[in-house]
Design a protein around this ligand. Sequence first.
Ligand code: ZN
Length: 246
Amino acid sequence: MSKVYLGIGHGGADSGAVGNDFEEKDLALAIGLACRDELQRHGITVMTSRTGGTDKTVAAKVKECNTFAPALAADIHINAGGGDGAEVYHTKNGGKGETLAANILDAIKEIGQNSRGLKTKINSSGKDYFAFIRDTAAPAVIVECAFIDNKSDLAIIDTAAEQKAFGKAIAKGFLRTLGIAYKEEETEVAKTKFKDESEIPSWALDSVKKVFDEGIMIGDDKGYFNPNENVTRAELAVALAKIAKL
Ligand SMILES: [Zn+2]
């Protein structure tokens, strides 16, 4: 089964970038854990650099990642400097790292965030500047989700639901790169065990499920609820007696 390593930027005493009463470490954690959950929901084994407030150096992340030996890796950050939109860094050597970066950025664009494009950064010796990209054995990228010090950009990421959406988008980028089809989450719509469930009006479905679960009303002996049949006085008496626990 595929493995993914997620670096979660900063933590502990290192708040990362700050702006508009938000700290990078908190946003990165919420997004990173949502990404982890989504990947795990698709059967992927995920290691995260942290699950709480603790800090880890880049060197420690690289070492941990290389020991874990994932198929792919990403380090999740929030930008600062007053720009707008998301950007994803990948190795100058392209390949699967660039594919991963492109897939993550595409998925982020799909949730409405602006794109600053794919980026590479080279150091003075012509190698990849970021150790997380340069020293990891797996194809690895750095995701900068939004600018914490730009109020209008921060607005796309300043609620728990939005942070979850970002984590989910990053997970979709991984899944596409791994060739794993995205599975929609099971909706909250109530499910009954009746064969004629499709005939139960949507406005009644939740109530049908509740009265069935509580044993107040049951289906017929062939497994049908018969939602459009009339209730007899005898059946009504039984249901009322159950509700009133007589
Ligand atoms: Zn950062």
